[in-house]
Design a protein around this ligand. Structure first.
Ligand SMILES: [Zn+2]
Length: 343
């Protein structure tokens, strides 16, 4: 079923960056059978919203942005949910009915997509969405924290657990440590009992990465040397999302039998690989995007066991252009959140 974003909403209208996302008013309706209407309390920005706003995603506007949202059920077309339930939204779009979906592999569904990219999104007052995309809000998190974790924690969880098979006691190197997904990776890797190293171009972000639990954080230039100084043999897992600007150094940082796992390439789409580093080291190069409902459930359980997202800064929905600009200029550490309705 179609996702409907209603009430006041942040709408991508023109591919000119943050200035092309504007607040518009959309009519409100009752949810269809099987859908739930959620009054959004907070949403959050991902780098994906910037790709969209700059016209890089080939999405035809208008489109309401944002994949992350938390709020209160206002009306339900599904008996599983009732008015007043506090919920978070699973940001993976899928059909829920095909063979892959029934096996729990939502990311392999032919209708796979990302909320707020392939449908309207959460940066609005009211969203109608498939009841199967709704999960209970973690009791221990504020509204802003609840909107800060879904996409990045789901993505980083799948990357580190399902794909890279990270084990307690192993060392993971998180590249580009300011980005939301990288901050999520630091939090999750620590939670799973791994040793964490990080890189960032920004001294302030390196300091924050260490405060968050990284053992050490290195400058992005030629970081493999520093990594080898503290690990001797290299790291078991490299968490990548930068791509061509860092991939060579990431491969140089890898231990024998190591795994590089990537969910993005913010520095460009084509990268060169020195092949002997891949095969002589018995290395794995792993791709991953978003995650399954079962992985979202695992993130919720980890949150109940103490895992916490990092909120960088909170803006009211009306200041969505400022929120987007903060991510566009890579000023953030953790998540930039939109407050939609106050407590
Ligand atoms: Zn499907």
């Amino acid at each position: 079923m179609d996702v409907l974003s209603q009430g006041r909403a942040a709408v991508y209208e023109e591919p000119i960056g943050p200035a092309g996302v504007r607040i518009r008013e959309r009519p409100r309706t009752e949810p269809q059978p099987g859908a739930v209407a959620v009054a959004i309390r907070a949403a959050s920005i991902n780098h994906l919203d910037l790709w969209l706003a700059h016209g890089a995603q080939r999405i035809t506007p208008p489109r309401v942005i944002a994949a992350d949202g938390a709020g209160v059920v206002e009306a339900s077309g599904d008996p599983a949910w009732k008015t007043g339930d506090e919920v978070v939204i699973f940001p993976t779009l899928c059909c829920w009915e095909c063979e892959w979906c029934r096996k729990g592999e939502n990311v392999r569904c032919a209708s796979f997509g990302v909320l707020g990219e392939h449908s309207d999104g959460t940066a609005c007052e009211l969203i109608h969405i498939d009841a199967r995309n709704i999960f209970r809000k973690p009791k221990s998190l504020s509204w802003e924290e609840s909107a800060a974790f879904p996409l990045t924690f789901l993505t980083a969880w799948r990357m580190l657990t399902t794909r890279a098979r990270l084990q307690p006691g192993e060392t993971v190197l998180v590249v580009g440590a300011g980005a939301g997904v990288a901050v999520a990776a630091i939090c999750i890797a620590k939670h799973l009992g791994a040793r964490v190293l990080a890189t960032s171009r920004s001294e302030a972000k390196r300091k924050l990465a260490v405060e968050l639990g990284a053992e050490a954080a290195f400058d992005s230039a030629a970081f493999s040397k520093a990594v080898r100084e503290v690990t001797k043999d290299g790291v078991e897992v490299v968490f990548e999302h930068v791509g061509p600007a860092t991939l060579d150094e990431s491969m140089r940082s890898l231990a024998m039998g190591g795994r590089i796992v990537t969910c993005g390439s913010t520095s460009g789409v084509k990268a060169e690989i020195t092949m002997p580093r891949l095969f002589f080291r018995q290395a794995d190069l792993l791709g991953s995007t978003m995650g399954n409902a079962s992985e979202f459930d695992a993130v919720l359980k980890a949150i109940d066991a103490g895992l916490r997202p990092v909120v960088d800064k909170i803006y009211p929905l009306d200041r969505v252009q400022d929120a987007l600009t903060r991510v566009d200029t890579s000023e953030q550490f953790g998540k930039v959140v939109l407050s939609v309705a106050g407590d």
